[in-house]
Design a protein around this ligand. Structure first.
Ligand code: KMH
Ligand code: ZN
Length: 430
């Protein structure tokens, strides 16, 4: 707080100055969420709890507590972290104490000086998610289809912690599409460690030869897993999907490494212009091999019918409870990345199961964010989406993880570390 901010005698700062800081934070949150500054509509409560003087340093924080179709409710707090000496002492007293007028004290504990609850509004036609967010200057796009009012939980009471998965390599991605796809063990391990730092607990893993060819060879997986484990403690979830067109036998290769987790794809689909083949008897054989490898299965569902198949696998005993479901939305030829699709698939999830969303291309951000608001987990990364925003390549998967982690926090979902994720997924501690 500068001398300009002092409004009253005794260098006292008026409360309106603190409200201006809350307004700035509200604006930042709205830009992060909607790509628009929005408008502050009303404060429900404002409390000034301690005086603020010129020379004090104030830190403010804000948290989204509810998201409606256009309304965004927030809670704000302002804390004094440094107290200036000059504002509280006369020149004589300073001289007697031998203190310079520029002296200041770092407070042992911050002092809560103000708090408030307020509501802002971003009209639906101004909500630019997801297309133009992070690319200033682009024309506004259509408002997202979602209109349900979703109220995130009070801290500690709601859908709980968030498992973020980073899909960092993929089976089909090429360097022509993005130069940031990692191929060598060192490149993959480096990106895994960055994703872990950004908030990922799980790495969904495909591997490549040094020149980028997809392989399911156990030896190459072992090499890459060792490199990742030397750099971070993420859960490694090996793919049994591999590259479209591989045989089932080939796809089972990484199970020889006895991974902590492995995917199990729950049905056949058109996969772009190709066919991703998963016959029902083969799914069951692969489920058995995953079980024998001691891995926890994550069931990939690209269609509503695949969720039904996952439930059949459970009732047949081919996989054990609790189910871990991944809804993969937006593959060309399968179900789209749309709110209704996710709501339907989620409605089939048994109570004890965990579920998450991976979505392709521009669907990644809105669908994973909807999943986070609805209590699901989220997978992001280059395998599914190479862009941070239209035309702007993500420089590896970590920026996508960081954005998802920030969004999770903004709706009360704290990303967990791998040890916590292991407990949540029933994986033995490492
Ligand atoms: N590459 C896709 C054909 C998985 O990892 O289990 C399948 C896939 C799913 O990526
Ligand atoms: Zn995959």
């Amino acid at each position: 707080m500068s001398a300009h901010d002092a409004h009253y005698a005794g260098a006292l700062v008026d409360g309106a100055r603190i409200l201006a800081l809350f307004g700035d934070l509200a604006t930042e949150l709205l830009i992060r969420l909607d790509g628009d500054e929005g408008l502050f509509r009303a404060y429900e409560t404002v409390e000034f709890l301690a005086p603020v003087f010129a020379g004090d340093f104030i830190e403010v924080s804000a948290e989204l507590t509810a998201i409606g179709a256009s309304s965004r409710k927030m809670r704000f707090e302002a804390r004094k972290v440094i107290s200036g000496v000059r504002s509280r002492w006369s020149a004589d007293a300073l001289a007697t104490a031998g203190l310079s007028p520029s002296a200041a004290d770092l407070l042992p504990e911050p002092i809560l000086v103000a708090r408030a609850v307020g509501t802002c509004v971003v009209p639906r036609e101004l909500q630019r998610k997801p297309r133009e967010l992070y690319l200033p200057g682009l024309p506004a796009g259509p408002a997202p289809a979602s209109s349900a009012i979703v109220t995130p939980p009070e801290p500690g009471s709601g859908p709980g912690p968030l498992i973020l998965t980073a899909a960092i390599v993929g089976g089909e991605l090429t360097r022509a599409q993005t130069p940031y796809v990692p191929f060598t063990p060192a490149e993959v391990a480096d990106q895994a460690a960055r994703c872990r730092e950004a908030g990922a607990a799980v790495v969904h893993l495909h591997v490549r030869t040094d020149d980028g060819k997809s392989t399911q060879a156990a030896g190459r997986f072992a090499e890459v897993i060792e490199a990742i484990q030397a750099k971070c403690d993420c859960i490694i979830q090996t793919s049994t999907g591999g590259e479209v067109g591989m045989s089932m036998e080939e796809r089972a290769g990484p199970l020889a490494c006895r991974p902590e987790m492995a995917t199990l794809n729950c049905g056949s689909i058109n996969f772009g212009d190709e066919v991703f083949v998963n016959p029902r008897p083969e799914i069951r054989k692969l489920a058995e091999r995953i079980r024998l490898a001691g891995a926890v299965a994550e069931l990939e569902c690209y269609e509503v019918g695949h969720v039904e198949e996952a439930l059949s696998l459970l009732s047949e005993g081919a996989v054990s409870a609790p189910l871990h479901l991944q809804f993969v939305l937006g593959v060309k030829g399968a179900i789209g990345a749309r709110d209704e699709a996710l709501h339907w698939m989620r409605s089939l999830v048994p109570p004890e199961a965990t579920w998450g969303v991976a979505a392709i291309g521009r669907g990644q951000q809105p669908m994973t964010e909807l999943a986070m608001r609805l209590g699901g987990h989220a997978r992001v990364g280059l395998e599914d989406n190479i862009y941070l925003s239209r035309g702007l390549l993500a420089e590896g998967s970590a920026p996508l993880v960081a954005r998802a982690a920030a969004y999770g926090r903004s709706v009360g979902r704290e990303p967990v570390d791998p040890a916590t994720a292991r407990r949540m997924l029933g994986i033995a501690p490492r």
